[in-house]
Ligand binder design. Structure first.
Ligand code: FPP
Length: 247
């Protein structure tokens, strides 16, 4: 993306930004004879573990897909359980993010989210504003869809043009990125999808243009530090060329 640093070739560094589709919670629970909601509970714990690990090994941004624009099609019980988990983790974050130097940010259209969760997200946003930009940042995608994010950006840019703030020819990759939920955040170098599914499922459509992908059959609740190490080792072996040629 224009304005973003792109390092071609192989690297010994961990990726600066890792994005994860936290998939397989339902199957994990069903295989144990548990309700799907138990899988989300276990998946939320895995998120906590993996976020802590990312922070400790020097990953700067972790973006996770928690609830998509399509997930409203699930049963009311399941949607309510995911929202309750988010509330629990946000309440906990309000108490700990300053101490642990963890920034929290949301991607997605928050309008249909409950006023209570939105208020909590505003609280975590305020705490984040007081933390250093060098601190680790977790981005939680909530009521997020890549296409929806692009459409919201297009609408806002059109409105800004109509208001005379922008002109159509101002639009380029950098300008477009500045209208996305991910504004100011580098694109993910590595996208991980557990649970054996080989799809992007409307996740970070614009930002994933040059991402490396890592797929594993491990279900998200079973995903652990060793699996993340494997994903990073795999990433470090990849020869990233961004459309250029091998030197
Ligand atoms: C996908 O697995 C998972 C979700 C749609 C929900 C993820 C939400 C959480 C882990 C809870 C809260 C998050 C945070 C950040 C605290 P699936 O249900 O589609 O699994 P399946 O494909 O096996 O059915």
């Amino acid at each position: 993306m224009a304005g973003q640093e792109r390092k071609a070739g192989r690297t010994a560094e961990p990726p600066r930004h890792i994005a994860i589709i936290m998939d397989g919670n339902g199957r994990w629970a069903t295989r144990r004879g548990l309700p799907r909601t138990a899988g989300h509970k276990a998946g939320a714990e895995t998120f906590r573990r993996i976020a802590t690990y990312c922070k400790n090994i020097g990953v700067k941004y972790l973006t996770v897909y928690a609830f998509s624009t399509e997930n409203w099609k699930r049963s009311e019980t399941e949607v309510a359980a995911i929202m309750a988990l988010l509330k629990k983790y946000l309440l906990e974050a309000v108490d700990t993010m300053e101490r642990d130097h963890i920034r929290l940010h949301f991607f997605g259209d928050m309008t249909p989210i409950s006023p209570e969760l939105r208020a909590l997200a505003r609280e975590t946003d305020e705490i984040t504003e007081h933390l250093s930009r060098d601190d680790f940042q977790a981005n939680v995608c909530l009521n997020y869809g890549g296409r929806d994010e692009i459409l919201r950006a297009v609408r806002q840019f059109a409105e800004d043009c109509a208001a005379g703030i922008r002109k159509p020819y101002d639009m380029d990759e950098e300008e477009f990125s500045s209208y996305l939920d991910s504004r100011g955040i580098p694109d993910p170098e590595l996208i991980i999808r557990p649970s054996g599914e080989l799809r992007l499922s409307n996740f970070l459509l614009w930002q994933s243009a040059y991402s490396e992908f890592y797929f594993t059959d491990t279900l998200w609740p079973d995903f652990d530090e060793a699996e993340l190490d494997r994903a990073i080792a795999e990433f470090q072996k990849r020869d990233r060329r961004f459309g250029g040629v091998k030197k």
